[in-house]
Design a protein around this ligand. Structure first.
Ligand code: ATP
Ligand code: MG
Length: 416
């Protein structure tokens, strides 16, 4: 590879301060540096710090090999089959990931799928420049060098951050064929950071979107959950629909306007601080489809609703290898919405009200009733019954806990 000169911003030319960097991450950077290795903050954290955002996690890049890293840290474990990474563990379950700079494997080396099944770890260590070039977008390939507190840019990421442009490193057509998940990540970052997308990305997606169906389902599943966690499921899936990516991404999900409107409510719920779990996200994705496939009337049967819920959810759960517990919970949420939409006073209501998932189903139904206002009177009918049940559970729980606590402390005393 030809050497190119990177753009380097010295410490007084950018706004990243060490105060913004996690304390343990700094410790790792300094220790690597003290032992003569290159130690850079890499990837999303540099991008977020330059944008004035709080990074989700801090990753480190170095020219020390994984075993050299391990020798420096007592609390270090090597993980990963395909690429060895060092995980340095700190208290409170914190893990700092340290990766040796690597390059894109050449043609004479194993293709990724084969390498994944190989027992041998690929030896693809590279220079910092090569490490920048193998990353996905220019804004994700910036480095912060602990040696002199400078920012290093090999790929034009600083300019793109300034002009708020998402640009693929290299030719998007090549990079999307190499890894189709990057097409989804493009839409994700565009919406997360409010960027405009370089035209070449649109063209490459139009050409290669069908390849999304060949990506490892586990990776797509993880990126989809990232959309929910970042409260951008609605705009991203809407754009995926417009770009006709959905059939290759989520084959059973049509992405209708009503469904996207529900996802907007879900994103707002997450933004209010309520963590999203996967079963809730799956139920939300498929609620519109389910509601239309078995319209609830007073006489509608639960058996039929169960069949419809299975028809919709089973293909999703199979494709993405969703654990049984999550699948069942998503189904219970759909069935809960079905029961709520049938109205009050039917057989089994008492048991339904006592079911532990009913409050969550009611929460989903409430958001759904904001999308379909004709459901609002029903929602209001249920509201007081659900609240009463919730209060009953709360007040019956409290004395039990107290009694147990007393027993325990009595036992402790006895032992003394
Ligand atoms: P987040 O804030 O979501 O963690 P991130 O930029 O750190 O954003 P990650 O998915 O954690 O994203 O990946 C870390 C870095 O690894 C990215 O910034 C990018 O440089 C690189 N990367 C991740 N996925 C890919 C990919 N599919 N192809 C090339 N590089 C990737
Ligand atoms: Mg990250």
């Amino acid at each position: 590879m030809n050497q190119t000169n990177p753009i380097i911003l010295s410490r007084d030319q950018h706004l990243i301060s060490r105060k913004q960097i996690d304390e343990n991450c700094l410790k790792v950077l300094y220790r690597l540096h003290r032992h003569g290795y290159k130690a850079y903050l890499v990837g999303g954290s540099v991008r977020d710090l330059l944008l004035g955002r709080q990074p989700k996690d801090f990753d480190i890049g170095t020219d020390a090999t994984p075993s050299q890293v391990r020798k420096l840290f007592r609390n270090c474990f090597l993980v990963g089959r395909r690429f060895r990474l060092a995980h340095i563990r700190f208290g409170g379950n914190q893990v700092i990931e340290v990766a040796t700079f690597r390059r894109h494997p050449g043609d004479d080396e194993l293709p990724e799928e084969e390498a994944e099944h190989s027992h041998f770890v690929q030896n693809v260590f590279g220079s910092p420049e090569e490490d920048a070039a193998r990353r996905d977008f220019t804004i994700n390939a910036l480095f912060y060098n602990i040696a002199d507190f400078s920012v290093i840019d090999y790929v034009g990421g600083l300019k793109d951050l300034e002009t708020k442009t998402l640009r693929v490193i290299g030719d998007p057509r090549v990079r999307f064929v190499e890894d189709p998940v990057r097409m989804l990540r493009a839409i994700e970052f565009k919406n997360r950071l409010g960027l405009s997308m370089d035209q070449s990305i649109y063209q490459a997606i139009a050409e290669h979107k069908a390849l999304l169906a060949t990506a490892a389902p586990a990776r797509i599943r993880e990126e989809i959950m990232e959309l929910f966690r970042h409260k951008i499921s609605a705009p991203v899936l809407k754009q995926c629909r417009e770009l006709e990516m959905l059939p290759h991404l989520l084959a059973g999900y049509p992405g209708s306007d009503e469904s996207i409107a529900l996802l907007e409510k879900i994103d707002r719920r997450t933004a209010s601080g309520i963590p999203i779990d996967e079963s809730f996200a799956i139920a939300a994705l498929y609620l519109r489809l389910f509601a239309d496939s078995c319209p609830p009337s007073r006489h509608a049967h639960i058996g039929e609703a169960l069949r419809q819920a299975n028809d919709i959810l089973v293909p999703h759960s199979r494709y993405f290898s969703i654990a049984k517990g999550i699948h069942h919970q998503a189904r219970e949420l759909l069935i809960g919405c079905f029961r709520l939409a049938r109205g009050r006073g039917l057989r089994g209501e008492k048991r339904f009200l006592q079911h532990p998932l009913t409050p969550l189903a009611f929460e989903l139904f409430t958001l759904w009733s904001e999308v379909r206002p004709q459901l609002e009177p029903l929602r209001n009918e249920w509201s007081s019954a659900i609240d009463m049940q919730r209060n009953r559970i709360n007040s019956s729980n409290a004395p039990i806990k107290k009694a147990r606590y007393k027993q325990k402390s009595a036992r402790k005393k006895h032992h003394k």
